[in-house]
Structure formats: structure tokens, C-alpha cells
Design a protein around this ligand. Sequence first.
Ligand code: THU
Length: 128
Amino acid sequence: MMYHALMQAAERVRRKAYCPYSHFAVGAALLAEDGTIYTGCNVENGSYSLGCCAERVAFFKAVSDGRKKFQAIAICGAPEGEEPDKPCPPCGACRQVMAEFCGDDFEVVLSDRIHLLGALLPTRFKLE
Ligand code: THU
């Protein structure tokens, strides 16, 4: 099943997380409309605020590869060295980045169930 494969890709890339400051490792796998999967992990920095979430890494990789339409993203996160069993909902900034490219029906796959972007971010900023 696609959602299972997507979560597996998120779990795999989570092992690459660079998180020596928070020790919280996150992985994300973004499914583009054409079926391509783009993965991302969180990448922290000694200048703390410069770090980037896993979800945004995945989106920026995809967009820089020419993709702008997406179906779903799977996300998993937990303290480094632990299994990600609890759901890891995306932060507000990442929800806004998702909303730049995705509609209310975009699927956010967490370990508990599938959430819709329209429910996670019911009112979003649009530059218009
Ligand atoms: N983090 C993500 O990668 N995605 C989220 O949606 C929330 C938080 C990362 C940022 C930071 O490296 C670590 O988790 C702890 O906040």
C-alpha cells in the first residue's frame, strides 16, 4: 500500500537526521503527483535558528527538481535512538509551506492516521 511505502521511506531517511542539538530525529517522504518520492530529514545548525525541518527539506528538494504538485507526505519523528511510535505532527511553518503548493485535500500521513491539510491549517496566508 502506498501510504505504508511512504512511511517506510520517511523512517529510512530519518536515520540521516542531523540533530546534535535537539537529539530529535525527523524523517519525511513527499509523494509528488507523478509518483516520485522526495525524502528529507531535519538538518540542525550550531546557530540554532538556521536549522531546517525534515518536511521543508523534502518540499524544497522536490520543487528544486521541478515538481509543484503533490499528493501526500508521511512524517515520523522521535528522540534519536528511539522508535517513532507516537505521531509527529508538522510544525506551523511547515504547514504554511505545504499550503503554498497543496490544497485542503493534501494528505499528511502520521503514525496514527491520515490527516488533511485543510484541517491542520484551516486559515492560511496567501499573497494575493
Ligand atoms: N522538526 C522537524 O523536522 N519537523 C517538524 O515538523 C517539527 C520539528 C525538527 C526541528 C528540530 O531539528 C527538531 O525537530 C526539534 O525541534
